[in-house]
Design a protein around this ligand. Sequence first.
Ligand code: PCA
Length: 217
Amino acid sequence: MPTTRTILLTGFQPFGGEQVNPSWQAVSALHGTRIAEHRVVARELPVAFGTSLTVLRAALKETQPSLVICVGQAGGRAQLSLERVAINVDDARIPDNAGSQPVDLPVIDGGPAAYFSTLPIKAMRDALRVAGFPAEVSQTAGTYVCNHVFYGLMHALRVRRGVRAGFVHIPYSPAQASGHAGAASLPVETVTAALRLAAKVALKTPVDIRTAAGAEH
Ligand code: PCA
């Protein structure tokens, strides 16, 4: 009997003074479900430069996934942001949850300047929009723990062919946005449904479509 293939989804613990992190709320709702013949495993990562990658690498080893989507919160963004690129730099504006605040340090010493997502981000964006979810391609995942995890993920998978992986940033949940006047928000259930669709599209789209999704700034 063929072994069931796995989708690994990760979310983060709360950070920056928030009580919750909708990235974990959204992906944990998919834990144990099936998407396109794959079983979903969800894992929560600490918002810490040191341990986030330790936990991620252990999860990769344990689950041997064929698709990995790491998800993080980008409070203030209005849409699901499908990240295009991870860069080899940690530059923390605020300390992480363990009190560490690296400035201009590489994620991986001697690693390449950047890795591109291997998810079909444009096909995903289009499918999400057609289904009624606000989505965009994002040209930067920042320089904090999310970019760190995204870079570490792509570095860990650089030698594993056939494993698709990338990163998605999500807006505040409505409960969080109530504490940030004027900030955009997306209900957690909406994010969960969007991620389910995004994963399905990633599995069914071996080669990304060629459509403009760039930006001038
Ligand atoms: N967002 C942060 C780290 C954890 C999270 O959910 C970031 O964008 O780097």
